[in-house]
Design a protein around this ligand. Sequence first.
Ligand SMILES: N[C@@H](CCC(=O)N[C@@H](CS)C(=O)NCC(=O)O)C(=O)O
Length: 219
Amino acid sequence: MARTLYDIKTTDGRRLSPFGQRAHLALAHKDLAVDKMVAVRFIDKDAIAFAKSQTVPVLVDGETVVADSWRIANYLEDGYPDRPSLFGGNAGRSLARYFNNWCGLWLTPEVARFILFDMLAHLDEEDRAYIRRTREPRFGPLEALNEARAARLPAFRAALDPLRLTVKQNGNLHGGSPGMADYMVAAAFHWADQASDFALLAPDDPLYSWSRRINGNPP
Ligand SMILES: N[C@@H](CCC(=O)N[C@@H](CS)C(=O)NCC(=O)O)C(=O)O
């Protein structure tokens, strides 16, 4: 059964979607290979129109089309029950939903404020214009965001304390080995690493080594 993943990937090889990274990690956890990866730009809406989606990731698994990283994770969990579990049961699935919402409502927009301006350097002219057009109404001018980021960093890092402590105590959010909650959170840091050289996490932060390990890129 052929498996295709649509994700944002630049011509210089950067994967600029935290949500795409979640799908990569979930597929790897299930030990499911991606036969074909289709690199799309932010503006390439026609390429994913068949999935009735405006966003990536989109997974095509044989005849099945699934858009949205949370739905992809649930599809993989339910469709491949004999493979390692992403959630560790229904209680784990419910708790993972909290992290999906926390990332969507807080972590990903916060990370965006630190890296969106730098991300422009990896986009072509059309995508740069698209990002400004769609993100500046929400975040304000990207230059101003960038100028404010150093001042905002201590509060951002402090807000990660509950995550930091849990990772220190458990090893991962899911416990001794990572699961979907870890993938969703760590994927936001993968995005930051791909888009920018800005040191969002200090190298001696336990979250630095944890997120790099989860993303398959140990320190
Ligand atoms: N809730 C969706 C969000 C997906 C999403 O926002 N993807 C971004 C890339 S990070 C995208 O495709 N953006 C296209 C756009 O901004 O038009 C998911 O979890 O998959």
